[in-house]
Design a protein around this ligand. Structure first.
Ligand code: SAH
Length: 212
């Protein structure tokens, strides 16, 4: 496994991501470079590079590789930008963002996940700050952010996220829409107001209230 993970990651990118509609070369390179098997529990390491989300404990999941790539592409981020992530989970998405040269702050409401993601990212030298807190409030201390990514399904864009998004900034989130479906939303903070654009249908665990 350890010996071959780079091949597995390269195949994952070719088969699951390039084959669909993700074209941004930097995003593809980032997904090929992050050892996804180190972000899942040992018993799931052999399936780390397959085309689906996987359990990471506390009834949460690491997102499907394609979904990580798609959301990262939609962020259209540049090196050095500040990004806020809501829903650290395993820390995998944070690692992908950090490897693109973004300055990452990521909020997680389950303490055990926040602690293990922080430790894992540190040990692997990914420069990302993990905060234990309720992400519905964003992380005002460090605002504004050039980009915000929400990795749990939400019924609405929280007012604090709008407030903490820089002018010209972009937020990407899975929104609950009619009939129990979820759809990716990009929301741009433009001079004339916020502009929403709808993308793929998706399936994320729910954004929850308060701390655990
Ligand atoms: N980005 C993660 C996957 C996210 S799964 C990865 O790469 O592994 C969604 C995560 O959002 C879960 O860990 C869940 O605990 C967290 N979450 C749910 N509601 C939250 C909230 N209000 N604030 C912060 N995190 C939240």
């Amino acid at each position: 496994m350890a010996r071959e993970w780079r091949n597995e990651a390269t195949d994952m990118v070719e088969e699951q991501i390039v084959g669909r509609d993700v074209k941004d070369e930097r995003v593809l390179a980032a997904l090929a470079s992050v050892p996804r098997h180190l972000f899942v529990p040992t018993e799931h390491a052999p399936s780390a590079y397959v085309d689906r989300p996987l359990p990471i404990g506390s009834r949460q999941t690491i997102s499907q590789p394609y979904m990580v790539a798609k959301m990262t592409e939609l962020l259209a981020a540049q090196e050095g930008m500040k990004i806020l992530e809501i829903g650290t989970g395993s820390g995998y998405q944070s690692a992908v963002l950090a490897s693109l040269g973004l300055r990452v702050w990521s909020v997680e409401r389950i303490e055990s996940l926040a602690l293990s993601a922080r430790k894992r990212l540190n040990e692997m030298n990914f420069d990302a700050n993990v905060i234990y807190g309720d992400g519905r409030l964003g992380y005002a201390k460090n605002a504004p952010y050039d980009r915000i990514i929400i990795t749990a399904a939400t019924g609405r864009v929280e007012p604090e996220w709008d407030r903490q998004l820089a002018r010209g900034g972009i937020l990407v989130a899975p929104l609950n829409v009619a009939t129990g479906n979820q759809r990716l939303l990009t929301r741009e903070n433009l001079e004339q107001g916020f502009r929403n654009t709808w993308h793929d249908y998706c399936k994320f665990v729910p954004l929850l209230t308060g701390l655990d």
